[in-house]
Each structure stands twice: as structure tokens, then as C-alpha cells.
Design a protein around this ligand. Structure first.
Ligand code: IPD
Length: 295
């Protein structure tokens, strides 16, 4: 499997090369486990709502990724700074999500768990890495289509060795827009969710799609096969890796207020162009999901 670079040749070095290569290898290993488990019986539990699911495979894959990374990278750099971890199932079990200047791995073991439970083959592993609160690289593996998306700051974004490029669309009335529902199903949240979708359709968007995986929807944006994405209720582990990939593919990732992205704010607008991102942000009503770093 080609990680990045034309003809499989990874762009040269960079200070976090070894970490990037480890993330690629772990995403591929995790993908094998998820692919095998997709068709098997699953033990499913719920987390914050009846639609927020977790399986034993989420936990097994997360444990594998974190154990490997902790063993290989107990510390980072000359100052032996200890690396930190933010991971979906650890957070569900009560671990704090705080992005400090330390090198930090941000892991979603299965993005699209609801799809996974239903054997709907749109599931991914997502591994992001930040240093000094800046995202350095992202690795997302579409487990069933065996597509490896990567992005490294300043070094471009790739899928199976092919360079990614966002669409240049600026006109909302020509846009294909992606979103995700988020975990809540209370009437007030659903009303706002549907009304946001209705606003974009009234503005003339060609379509609004929900595929069940925030990270893979964001990869469509990076690949130019969709023009925009927005969501309330996603988490930093859904967003970290994809943000690097989109930016390196030439796209824009911002807050739904139109301001800079806040990885912990549980909301995002992303688009191939700033014009499109601003149009989407202006159309949206806020759904308040709180913050990842305040739970
Ligand atoms: C979820 C999926 C879902 C989105 C949620 C995410 P998970 O991630 O991406 O499509 O609506 O906001 O948290 O729970 O499958 O890792």
C-alpha cells in the first residue's frame, strides 16, 4: 500500500517521519481487523445516546493502536517530552481530552461505528498527530475500499499514492454538500439539523448527503468528490486527521461561526474554497454540543 507521494515514494523526511510511518502501518493493521469483524456477530453497547454505538472491535482496535504507539514512542524529541493521547473510547470511559503543546496522538479506532454494526461498508480508522497544538499529519484508512488517505503539513495530501485536490466550486447552487447527523435525537436537535439541511437545499445545493462517517465524508471533500461539509456534534478524533488532509489538498476548515477552527468545539465547516465555506457558515443555525475539553 502506498502511503504518499507519486508512485508510492513518500516525500522526503520531516521531523515526524517515524511517527507518520507508524500511523500508516497501524491504520492498515487496524483496517484488517475491522474488515474481518465487519461480517461477524457484534457485541454492541450505547454511549451518550441510543444512536451513539460502541462495539468490542472499537475497544480492541483502540487498545492495539495506543499500546503500539506508547511502546514505540514513550517520549518525543530531544527533551524527552512525554507524548499524550486522545482517543474516542478512552474519552468515553472518562479520560480528559486536552490538547497541550506536547506531541499528541488523536485516534478514532472505528469511525462509522453505526455503519460497522449494520455491515454498511463505510468505516475508517483515523489517526491524527499534533505538536504545539498544530496538526502535523493525518492518516485515514477506508477499511473496506482499502483507500489510505494521508496528509502531512507542507507535504501534500494523497490517497493510495495519488495526490488529492479539492474542488474549486464557489457557488452553493452548484454544490454537493455532505453532513452527518451527530449522536443526539431529541426533538429540538433534530429540528435544527433538518432545518439546516432545508436551508442549504433552498439555497439550491445540488444535494446534501449523509454517509455515516465524518472522516470519510471529509475525505470526499479532500478528493474533490464533494464541495463542502458541515457538522455539529462531531469530536476532535473525527476531525484531526481529516483537517490536515483537507488543508493539504487545498481546502479550508473553519468554525461554523466563520472564525478559525477550534478542534475541541464539536462543530465544523469545511469546503474546497473559502467562499463556499463562508456561504455554508452563514446559512447554518448553531446546535450546541458543548466542548470535548470540558467534559
Ligand atoms: C461518528 C460518525 C457519525 C457522526 C458522529 C461521529 P463514530 O463517529 O462519524 O457519522 O455523525 O458525529 O462521532 O462514533 O462512528 O466514531
Amino acid at each position: 500500500m502506498k502511503a504518499s507521494g507519486e508512485d508510492g515514494k513518500a516525500p522526503a523526511g520531516g521531523p515526524w517521519e517515524e511517527c507518520f510511518e507508524a500511523a500508516v502501518q497501524l491504520a492498515l493493521r487496524a483496517g484488517q481487523i475491522i474488515r474481518k469483524a465487519l461480517s461477524e456477530e457484534k457485541c454492541v453497547s450505547t454511549k451518550t445516546s441510543a444512536a451513539d454505538l460502541v462495539t468490542e472491535t472499537d475497544r480492541v482496535v483502540e487498545a492495539l493502536i495506543l499500546q503500539e504507539l506508547q511502546t514505540r514512542f514513550p517520549s518525543h524529541g530531544l527533551s524527552s517530552v512525554h507524548c499524550r493521547f486522545i482517543a474516542e473510547e478512552a474519552a468515553a470511559a472518562g479520560a480528559k481530552c486536552v490538547l497541550t503543546p506536547s506531541p499528541t496522538w488523536i485516534v478514532d479506532p472505528i469511525d462509522g461505528t453505526c455503519n460497522f454494526v449494520h455491515r454498511f461498508p463505510t468505516v475508517a480508522v483515523s489517526i491524527g498527530f499534533a505538536v504545539n497544538q498544530e496538526l502535523e499529519f493525518g492518516v485515514i484508512y477506508h477499511c473496506t475500499e482499502e483507500r489510505l488517505y494521508t496528509g502531512r503539513r507542507g507535504q501534500g495530501a494523497f490517497c493510495n499514492g495519488q495526490r488529492l485536490r479539492v474542488s474549486g466550486e464557489t457557488d452553493l447552487s452548484k454544490a454537493l454538500v455532505l453532513t452527518e447527523i451527530g449522536p443526539r435525537r431529541d426533538p429540538a436537535t433534530l429540528k435544527l439539523f433538518l432545518s439546516n439541511m432545508e436551508r442549504l437545499l433552498h439555497a439550491g445545493a445540488h444535494g446534501v448527503r449523509v454517509i455515516g462517517s465524518s472522516t470519510l465524508a471529509l475525505c470526499h471533500l479532500a478528493a474533490g468528490t464533494a464541495d463542502a461539509y458541515y457538522q455539529f456534534g462531531l469530536h476532535c478524533w473525527d476531525l484531526a486527521a481529516a483537517t490536515v488532509i483537507i488543508r493539504e489538498a487545498g481546502g479550508v476548515v473553519m468554525d461554523t461561526s466563520g472564525g478559525p477552527l477550534d478542534l475541541m468545539s464539536c462543530r465544523v465547516v469545511a469546503a474546497g474554497t473559502r467562499e463556499m465555506a463562508v456561504l455554508i457558515a452563514q446559512a447554518l443555525q448553531t446546535i450546541n454540543y458543548g466542548r470535548d475539553d470540558e467534559r
